[in-house]
Design a protein around this ligand. Structure first.
Ligand code: ZN
Length: 428
């Protein structure tokens, strides 16, 4: 199968951050040529008036929680979790699958091509990933048995999930750990052993709130980063979500161990975590930083365009520095930075020959994106565009959406099923 994207303004995100008007030839799921393409193709998408970007990468998510969108707003994290868990405890496998499908639909609509999920029943999420055609980096969440509603032992469940899905073209399985407040040293090391044995990645929540950090100091005498380093959990396999309450020394510790961070500014602001993740320092120290929406309960959406804008504004505002986190840096977090954070920079995150053809086509013809100048495209993408400007989404050369019409899923059916399922959960 071949595909040509004709006449778009390519925001390549390559090493030179080249922006150029050109065609893209896709063959067998990969980018085969960038430039003038004369070859005829099985499929041609007209991209005039549009920017073509590497598909966005949502580096921290709990996709099935779309079903809980709007049920726990304007309350702090502890209250949100209590409310969420009481509904979540009633989830069936089918609910998780429908919630995940709804999330995939929302992401396809807003130009996200890869997401990094942390949940139980990830095999249901995997089913939704394959049905929708998205790329899922799915981490089976582990925690101490005393705290879980999972049947069986979480670490063993994670082991089985990874063994079952390894080598899948769209699903990359990995091992998650919820966080230091519900996971002992034994759980962390069990998760790490599974990841090492299968050679897959690790994903955890880390230093999200002040109570998490100081609660851990009270319990162990150490801050979470220090403790995870002591027990031997930190390493290049790990992506840590949040990293809000970090000292500069801890940032350096993460950099030294090659740990990547998923920055989730909207979730942190909505839950009033209080601090601001020291992202400029992370970048300065060489930490691979990516961008995540976090759960649809604490965001409440998965439109990374919205989160890019908030990421830029949050750091400027909190530092009284309009030069902090410029648009290019923020776009990097959602593209090549996300790929780097997941250890996928050779395959994803930029438009370069040989990479997987994961692409988003973004219209620049809206009232809110006019006037449009090609040399201002990065700024428009971060400050002016919305997810709804995305006209086309392509994963591995498969066109999941074109001309604003989703092809891989029956959109009306997914929305109707999700609405019905959510009502049953909420009203039960
Ligand atoms: Zn999370």
């Amino acid at each position: 199968m071949s595909l040509v994207l004709r006449g778009g303004l390519l925001v390549t995100q390559d090493a030179q951050r080249l922006v150029v008007t050109a065609d893209v030839l896709v063959e067998d799921g990969r980018i085969a040529a960038v430039g003038p393409v004369d070859a005829s193709a099985d499929q041609v998408l007209d991209c005039t008036g549009c920017a073509v970007l590497p598909g966005l990468i949502n580096a921290h998510q709990h996709v099935a929680n779309t079903l809980l969108r709007g049920v726990a707003d304007d309350v702090p994290l502890e209250e949100m979790l209590e409310r969420a868990f009481s509904i979540d405890a009633r989830f069936t496998r089918r609910d998780v699958q429908i919630g995940a499908l709804l999330g995939c639909l929302e992401m396809i609509r807003s130009g996200t091509t890869s997401f990094h999920d942390l949940f139980y029943w990830e095999d249901e999420v995997a089913r939704a990933v394959r049905e929708s055609g998205m790329r899922g980096f799915l981490s089976w969440n582990t925690l101490d048995e005393a705290f879980t509603t999972q049947r069986g032992t979480p670490v063993k469940n994670a082991d089985q999930f990874v063994a079952k899905h390894k080598g899948d073209p769209l699903v990359t399985p990995s091992v998650g750990v919820q966080g230091v407040y519900v996971a002992s040293e034994e759980t962390y090391l069990g998760a790490r052993e599974v990841a090492d044995r299968h050679d897959v990645r690790l994903h955890t929540h880390l230093s999200e709130t002040r109570p998490e950090v100081y609660g851990h100091v009270e319990k162990t005498g150490m801050r979470p980063v220090e403790w995870l380093e002591t027990i031997g959990f930190l390493g290049p396999r790990l992506t840590a979500a949040h990293g809000v309450w970090l000292t500069l020394n801890e940032v350096r510790t993460l950099a030294r161990h090659g740990v990547s961070v998923a920055h989730c500014p909207v979730s942190n602001m909505k839950l009033a975590s209080g601090g601001v993740a020291p992202v400029p320092e992370m970048l300065q120290e060489g930490v691979a930083v990516s961008l995540g929406t976090d759960s649809p309960i604490s965001n409440n959406g998965m439109d990374l365009f919205a989160d890019m804008k908030v990421a830029a504004l949050l750091h400027k505002s909190s530092r009284w520095d309009a030069r902090a986190m410029p648009a290019q840096t923020v776009l990097d977090l959602a593209t090549i930075g996300g790929a780097r954070a997941l250890g996928m920079e050779r395959e994803l995150g930029s438009i370069e020959v040989g990479k997987r053809a994961d692409l988003a086509i973004v219209s620049m013809r809206g009232a809110h994106t006019t006037p449009f100048y090609p040399d201002k495209v990065i700024s428009h993408l971060v400050y002016a565009c919305r997810g709804s400007d995305v006209q086309g989404t392509i994963v591995g050369g498969e066109v999941l959406m074109a001309d604003g019409v989703v092809r891989s899923l029956d959109e009306e059916d997914v929305i109707a099923r999700a609405q019905e399922t959510s009502r049953d959960l909420y009203e039960a």
